[in-house]
Ligand binder design. Sequence first.
Ligand code: PEP
Ligand code: MN
Length: 275
Amino acid sequence: REYSNAYGETRTHIVKIGNVELGGDEPVIIAGPCAVEDRDALFRIAEQAKEAGAHILRGGVFKPRSSVHSFQGLGASGEAGAIEALTWLKEAGEKFGMPVVTEVRGEAQAALVSQYVDIIQIGSRNMYDQDLLQTAARTKLPIIFKRHFGASIEEFLSFAEYIAAEGNKDIILCERGIVPVGKGKNYTRYQLDLSAVPVVQKETFLPIIVDPSHATGRRDLIRPMSLAAMAAGASGLMIEVHDRPEEALCDASQMISPAELKEIIGLARQIRQIT
Ligand code: PEP
Ligand code: MN
């Protein structure tokens, strides 16, 4: 417990990504489609997300889908496809003034992705992959590190150490829901563990954000869970947004419109002012 988990730190480590400061007073909104689908769609969504108040653009190129038969992201078609999608992401970020983030699913992707993005995301499913954590950390880019849906908070912080121990302290922890309990329906994709936010803030100096999209899987729950996350003290939100939510190639059920995003961001700011 010498790095990211250090007890007794008195303030949150601020991660600087271009002009964006994550971990300070302003909630940082990361928004964008689940996956980069095509150039025009990405540019439309980026423009509308920016207009809605988002700070950082997200978009998956290598998607960690549960089924190999689902759309795997443009990166799955080979290096040319990956480069094309990464280039669109970079250009959309530059055009609309937003740093960009995408997920790295395997070590082999880290070097390529790091040439195009401002932040690397380690997805929930790869939280335990020490080699991937170390390889991503060595790019020296900030890392969004998502909690595995079966990981305790202690494990989550313990694995974050693999990044910090490489000398990379620009770690943005992300709570994205844990496995639901019981036999019957829980009505959500995962269960958002909001107590992780204040707990993590007591146990480490790393900022923590919340992803209500993957946590709930339901567009009607993005607003209440975003506001609850703000009330819990999260440093930011990661929200999936699409200009044609129903037509998104992945995670359509949790996709919200840019107009809805704008309302949520406005309310999130108000909550941050009173907490
Ligand atoms: C994502 O953010 O694109 C994603 C797949 O999330 P998670 O790893 O939390 O499932
Ligand atoms: Mn998704």
